[in-house]
Design a protein around this ligand. Structure first.
Ligand code: C6P
Length: 413
């Protein structure tokens, strides 16, 4: 791998050293990991935090008075403080731990949505949503009689904002929108959308699955009502994520799941709820993963999102120009503002066949519809091949992918 590292002012080599998995071989070739939008690899500090928890202070939280329980609780709650700072939430109790973006959207749909929507109300989403920001709203719409409206996407993969303004009305109660598209990379103008939605009295949920790792997130400045995060896309463990919600909204919402921890008092006649954030955290959570999530956020902060983003942008531009210069390749998603996602189709080649041949050469990309089937239908394609870049990737790895692509296309055509 050493040979294909680059040396720039951003010390990508020093970053790479912190990710043990990047040293491995796949099918006899050095791993080139370009599936970061699916899940990012984990730095040693995150892996160590998991081990440290299990080796030294594994205990259930909020329940025990013994030392291990106190240490585990302190570490778990410390992650909440770190998340609060990471996204600049006003109050720590606005940070609810969930299993990830999927659970966060479902939580809002099933609690806020089910309580506040009635027949004829409207929910606006966009044509580039992940299934996890479509299906929960369809389920709630079916239960409440609310209607789902969709902001269309243009040929470049950008939202047609004029259409959003036309869809928006007094009937709009919820707008739920992806911040950065996982399939196209498009960064949506969420601030404009939030401000417009608030003018008609709607609340706005932002799916931050792809944006949190790349963009500075300030929920107070955005003024979004809800914001969802998955730890595993921010170099943290799987199974843990966040729902940020404005305190007054969370306080008014009913609980999502019933069980231990989320109650104040239980009798067979009546149960009262625990205070925020615990009202929404029923049962024993993923304690180790939450603890290690803090290590991931500290890691990102220590590198600096702006520094990482600059490097990732360079990779995106380099990959895009290389891909565009190849015959038969069509880029899907040409938005002006993008995170580091390069999606493309090769005319006459199924993305899955391409993915298998790239894997044979050590290159990990994602192929398929990326859980955005309506978006793929919009472009009239079954899916794309998607290379998504993280701070540890290099231009030399992109050269490896391009060479592997050329080889694969020759075989498949
Ligand atoms: N996208 C991808 O390869 P979870 O699975 O809950 O952590 O995140 C779901 C999700 C929601 N919104 C967006 C924009 C996403 O990208 C994802 C996850 C992965 O693109 C897996 S499908």
């Amino acid at each position: 791998m050493q040979a294909i590292l680059e040396h720039t002012s951003f010390d990508v080599q020093a970053i790479r050293h912190q990710f043990p998995v990047l040293n491995r071989m796949v099918k006899g070739k050095p791993l080139v990991y370009f599936d970061n939008a699916a899940t990012a690899q984990k730095p040693k500090v995150v892996i160590d935090a998991l081990t440290e928890y299990y080796e030294n202070y594994n205990a259930n939280i909020h329940r025990g008075i013994h030392s291990l329980a106190e240490e585990a609780t302190a570490a778990y709650e410390s992650t909440r403080d770190t998340v609060q700072q990471f996204i600049n939430a006003k109050y720590r109790e606005e940070i609810i731990f969930t299993r990830g973006v999927t659970e966060s959207v479902n939580l809002v749909a099933y609690t806020y949505g089910r309580t506040n929507l009635k027949a004829g109300d409207e929910i606006i989403i966009s044509g580039m949503e992940h299934h996890s920001n479509i299906v929960p709203w369809q389920l709630i719409a079916a239960q409440t009689g609310a209607l789902l409206k969709v902001i269309p996407v243009d040929d470049n993969g950008e939202l047609i904002i004029e259409e959003f303004h036309k869809l928006l009305s007094e009937k709009t109660k919820i707008v739920s929108l992806v911040h950065a598209s996982n399939s196209l990379g498009t960064i949506n103008p969420v601030k404009e959308i939030i401000d417009a939605a608030h003018k008609v009295g709607a609340v706005v949920m932002i799916d931050g699955a792809q944006s949190t790792v790349h963009l500075d997130i300030d929920v107070q400045e955005l003024d979004c009502d809800f914001f969802a995060i998955s730890s595993h896309k921010v170099y943290g463990p799987t199974g843990i994520g966040v729902l940020y919600g404005k305190k007054e909204l969370l306080e008014a919402m009913p609980p999502f799941m019933g069980g231990g921890e989320m109650i104040k008092d239980v009798t067979f006649e009546k149960t009262t709820w625990n205070e925020l954030p615990y009202k929404f955290e029923a049962g024993t959570p993923s304690i180790a993963d939450t603890v290690a999530f803090k290590a991931a956020l500290d890691f990102v902060s220590s590198v600096g999102k702006a520094t990482a983003r600059k490097h990732e942008d360079e990779l995106l531009h380099y990959a895009t120009s290389q891909l565009e210069s190849m015959n038969d390749i069509r880029m899907i998603g040409k938005a002006k503002h993008k995170v580091s996602v390069a999606s493309f189709v090769v005319e006459g080649v199924h993305p899955q066949d391409l993915g298998i041949l790239l894997d044979n050469q050590g290159v990990a990309v994602r192929t398929g519809h990326h859980c955005t089937q309506p978006l793929m239908n919009r472009f009239g394609i079954p899916g794309t091949t998607r290379a998504s870049f993280a701070m540890y990737n290099t231009k030399e790895e992109i050269d490896v992918m391009i060479a592997a692509l050329n080889k694969a296309i020759k075989l498949l055509k």
